[in-house]
Design a protein around this ligand. Structure first.
Ligand code: UD1
Ligand code: CA
Length: 457
C-alpha cells in the first residue's frame, strides 16, 4: 500500500453501446449514478485527492456529481492511456495512484485495498477477473511461469488469445513516476487507434518494472457496464448485495429478487417488506412495520407497528405508530399522521396533519388540512383547497363526523364535535357541536314512467 494515495477515475467515455444521449457514467444503479458509486467507495480509502477525468457530456457530468473532486477535462477522447495522462500532472510526485473506471461501479474498497497491497515497488498492479464470457474485454497474457506479460484488447487479439478468459477489469495501480515513464511510451498503433492504458503492462515487462496481478474473487463485482443489459444485471447484483446486508441485520424480505432500494433504508426489528416494494431516498421504518406488495416509499418515516397495505405510495411524510394505510392510498409530501390513524383505499392526502385515531376509509382528497383526533371522514369527502389561483387551509377539530360526499370549501374551520350531514357543502366556519347540513329537499313523484326508446322503422 502506498504511503500517499491519489485516485484517478476515468469517466470521459461516451459509452456508445448504451445508445443514449446521457453520458454512460450518469446512468443509475440503486438511484445513484455509476460515477457516484465509484466515488463513494473510493472515498473510504481516504485518498489525498480524487481526480475525475471527464469529457463526453461535458459539464452535465460535473453538475450531477456533488463533492470535492479535482475535475480534469479530456478534450479529445483518445483512449484510457491518454485519459490518465491528463490527470497525472495534478498528482504529487511521491504519490501512489489507483486508476478506477466509472463503468465498473460496484467494486468494493476491500478489493481496491487488496490490489494496492499487491503492487510491487516501482511496478504496476492490475486487477484481473476470470469470467465466463470475456467478449469485448482486454485479455491477460501470462507466461508459462504464470507471470503477466501483457494485456491485449479484444480487437487486437489473435484467435488463441481470444480463448483466454482472464480479463483486465480496467483497474490499475502504480506510483506516479512509473506511470509517467510507461505512459510516455504508449503509441496508438492498434485497431482502435487509441492510446491504451493497458499497454503499460507490456512496456513494464520490457523495461523490467515489476508487474503483479490480483484476481478479484467475485467477477460480478468487477463486471463492466457497456450496455443496458449489463446495467440491468449490475442493478440486480447491487440489490442482492444490499438486501442480503439488510436481511443479515434482521429485515424480513419476502423475496430479495423483487425489492428495490434506491437510497438508504433504516429499520427496526421484525419489519417486513413484501414483494415489489420500492424504497427511494431516506426511508426509516420502525419495529413491526409491514410494507405491502407494490408499495413505494420515498423520504418518509413510518413508526412502530404500522401496516401499509399493498400499492400504497408515501412520499415526504411521517406516519405515527399503529397506522393502517391502503391498499391504494397515496400520501404526497408534507403529511404528518399521529398514532392509530387509518387511511384506506383511493384516498389522497397532501400536506395534511391527521390527529390520533382519525379515519378516512375510502375515496377522499385531503389537502392542506389540519384534522384533529378521532375524526371520521366519510367516503367521497373533498377538501376544496384550490380556488384556481391560491391554495387554502381546511381546519377540522376533534371528534368530528364528516358525512359521505362532503365538500369543505377552504379556507374553512370546523369546530370540535361537529356533525356534517352527508352531501354537505361547507362554505362557512362551523362552531363546536353543531349539526351542519346542506341538502336539497327530497321529492317523490309516485308512478313515474321512464321515457321509452323510440323504435326505428
Ligand atoms: C477497457 C480496457 C479493457 C478492459 C475493460 C474493462 C483499455 C484500453 N481497455 O476497455 O482492457 O477489459 O476496460 O471494462 O483500457 N475513458 C476515458 N477516456 C477515453 C476512453 C475511455 O475516460 O478516452 C474511460 C471511459 O469513460 C470508461 C473507461 O475509461 O470509464 C474504460 O473505457 P471503455 O471505452 O469503456 O474501455 P473498454 O473498451 O471497455
Ligand atoms: Ca468499458
Amino acid at each position: 500500500m502506498f504511503e500517499s494515495l491519489e485516485i484517478i477515475v476515468l469517466a470521459a467515455g461516451k459509452g456508445s453501446r448504451m445508445h443514449s444521449h446521457l453520458p454512460k457514467v450518469l446512468h443509475k444503479i440503486g438511484g445513484k449514478t455509476l460515477l457516484q458509486h465509484v466515488l463513494k467507495e473510493a472515498e473510504t480509502l481516504n485518498p489525498k485527492r480524487i481526480h475525475v477525468v471527464y469529457g463526453f457530456g461535458g459539464d452535465a457530468v460535473r453538475e450531477a456529481t456533488p463533492g470535492d473532486y479535482h475535475w480534469v477535462r479530456q478534450e479529445e477522447l483518445l483512449g484510457t492511456g491518454h485519459a490518465v495522462m491528463q490527470a497525472l500532472p495534478g498528482c504529487d510526485a511521491d504519490s501512489g495512484v489507483l486508476i478506477l473506471v466509472s463503468d465498473i461501479p460496484l467494486i468494493r474498497a476491500e478489493t481496491m485495498k487488496r490490489l494496492l497491497d499487491a503492487v510491487p515497488e516501482h511496478g504496476v498492479g492490475v486487477l484481473t477477473s476470470v469470467v465466463d464470457n470475456p467478449e469485448g474485454l482486454g485479455r491477460i497474457i501470462r507466461a508459462s511461469d504464470g507471470s503477466i506479460t501483457g494485456i491485449v484488447e479484444e480487437k487486437d487479439c489473435s484467435a488463441t488469445e481470444r480463448q483466454i478468459n482472464e480479463i483486465n477489469t480496467g483497474v490499475i495501480a502504480a506510483d506516479v513516476n512509473t506511470l509517467n515513464v510507461l505512459l510516455k511510451q504508449v503509441r496508438n498503433s492498434n485497431a482502435q487507434q487509441e492510446y491504451y492504458l493497458t499497454d503499460i503492462i507490456g512496456l513494464a515487462v520490457k523495461d523490467k518494472f515489476g508487474v503483479a496481478g490480483f484476481q478479484a474473487e467475485d467477477p460480478m463485482e468487477c463486471g463492466g457496464i457497456n450496455n443496458k443489459i449489463q446495467l440491468a444485471c449490475a442493478e440486480r447484483y447491487y440489490q442482492k448485495r444490499l438486501l442480503e446486508g439488510y436481511m443479515a441485520a434482521g429485515l424480513i424480505v419476502a423475496d430479495p429478487a423483487r425489492a428495490d432500494i434506491r437510497g438508504k433504508l433504516t429499520f427496526g426489528q421484525n419489519t417486513f417488506l413484501d414483494v415489489n416494494v420500492i424504497i427511494e431516498g431516506d426511508v426509516i421504518l420502525g419495529n413491526d412495520v409491514v410494507v405491502g406488495a407494490g408499495s413505494v416509499l420515498k423520504d418518509c418515516c413510518i413508526k412502530d407497528g404500522s401496516v401499509i397495505s399493498p400499492y400504497t405510495i408515501i412520499e415526504g411524510s411521517v406516519i405515527g405508530e399503529g397506522a393502517t394505510l391502503g391498499p391504494f392510498a397515496r400520501f404526497r409530501p408534507g403529511c404528518e399522521l399521529m398514532e392509530n390513524v387509518h387511511v384506506g383505499n383511493f384516498v389522497e392526502v397532501k400536506k395534511s396533519k391527521l390527529g390520533k385515531g382519525t379515519k378516512s376509509g375510502h375515496l377522499s382528497y385531503l389537502g392542506d388540512s389540519d384534522i384533529g383526533e378521532n375524526v371520521n371522514i366519510g367516503a367521497g369527502t373533498i377538501t376544496c383547497n384550490y380556488d384556481g389561483a391560491n391554495k387554502w387551509q381546511t381546519k377540522i377539530g376533534n371528534d368530528v363526523f364528516v358525512g359521505s360526499d362532503t365538500q369543505l370549501v377552504a379556507p374553512v374551520t370546523v369546530g370540535d364535535g361537529v356533525t356534517i350531514g352527508a352531501g354537505t357543502t361547507v362554505t362557512k366556519n362551523i362552531p363546536d357541536n353543531n349539526l351542519v347540513i346542506t341538502r336539497a329537499p327530497l321529492r317523490m313523484i309516485p308512478g313515474w314512467k321512464r321515457p321509452a326508446k323510440i323504435k326505428k322503422k
